[in-house]
Structures are given as structure tokens and as C-alpha cells.
Design a protein around this ligand. Structure first.
Ligand code: ZN
Length: 168
């Protein structure tokens, strides 16, 4: 199975509730969910999707609303451990988790990794009508949009239109 890296996994789950044509959607609900979770290396079960939704919703609040409530992350971690194995290349740690919990646990670990390695760089798109998230890799750390093509240009056009209205 192809390994999805931490950041890719985290953003795939954080961005699984996009606003489409002004309506909130949920890719971790219904028939689409199994497809998404299997793409990310999950097992595709209902219980797994429930775990993922809880982790996603908790992380979204932590990022978007400056919440400090991390209890929603605990159920995904409760039955997880790291198992050591040893070879000539040294000791490696492997995640051991029930199948339903594993993907959600990996998402929480990925979040922890990203905010530790890139402090302040995981943020919500600055378009308030957009529910997507980004990891800012720009050197000055000023990236604000999930995508320049979608939200960046739209928000710039809106600011421009507002300025023109004020001038009239
Ligand atoms: Zn956006």
C-alpha cells in the first residue's frame, strides 16, 4: 500500500468537509467515505469514519476557532501503541492499533508532527466561506488561501469590487 505522508494525510482529512456551491458537504459521510478512507490507507468501515469525523471536527475547531479542547482526539488514541522492532539499521517503531482506530490515530499523530515541525503554519483558508485548510510552506509565512486559483483570486476580486463601491 502506498504510504501517504503526514501532511498529505492530515490535509486530506481536514479538507473532507468542503463548501460546494455555498453548501457544506461531508466526504466522510455516506458512500463516498469508504473510497476516501481506503485511498488514505484505511479499512473503510463505518466505525472508522465515525472516528475520523470526530478527529477532523476537533482539529478543525482547534485550528479555526482557537479552541483548546483536545478531548475529541482521545478516543482515536486510547487503544493505540507503538511497537518496537529491531534490525541492523536500528530500532523502528510501528503503530499498533485496532483497524477501526488506526487511520484516525495516524491523523492525530500527523497533526502533532506538522504543528511541531512547522509551528503556526497549519491554518484555515482566509476565505470565511471556504472550509479548507493549508500548510504554509512559503518563506515569509504569509500564505492565506487554500488555493490561489480558487479562493485567492475570488477574495482579491471581492476586495477590489468593495473598494470600487466605496469610491463611487
Ligand atoms: Zn479556500
Amino acid at each position: 500500500m502506498a504510504e501517504v505522508d503526514d501532511e498529505e494525510l492530515l490535509l486530506a482529512v481536514l479538507n473532507s468537509s468542503p463548501v460546494v456551491d455555498g453548501r457544506p458537504t461531508d466526504l466522510l459521510h455516506g458512500p463516498e467515505a469508504a473510497k476516501l478512507s481506503r485511498t488514505l490507507g484505511g479499512c473503510g468501515s463505518e466505525q472508522e469514519h465515525a472516528r475520523l469525523r470526530q478527529v477532523r471536527d476537533t482539529l478543525q475547531r482547534l485550528i479555526r476557532e482557537d479552541s483548546t479542547e483536545t478531548d475529541g482526539l482521545l478516543p482515536a488514541l486510547e487503544r493505540v501503541s507503538l511497537r518496537p522492532s529491531v534490525s541492523v539499521t536500528g530500532v523502528a517503531w510501528e503503530l499498533a492499533a485496532p483497524p477501526d482506530d488506526e487511520l484516525a490515530a495516524r491523523v492525530v499523530l500527523a497533526w502533532s508532527h506538522v504543528i511541531t515541525e512547522l509551528p503556526g503554519r497549519l491554518r484555515a483558508c482566509a476565505n470565511e466561506e471556504c472550509n479548507l485548510y493549508l500548510v504554509d510552506h512559503s518563506r515569509p509565512g504569509t500564505a492565506r488561501w487554500c488555493s490561489m486559483a480558487v479562493c485567492g483570486n475570488r477574495m482579491k476580486a471581492r476586495t477590489h469590487a468593495r473598494r470600487r463601491r466605496v469610491e463611487k
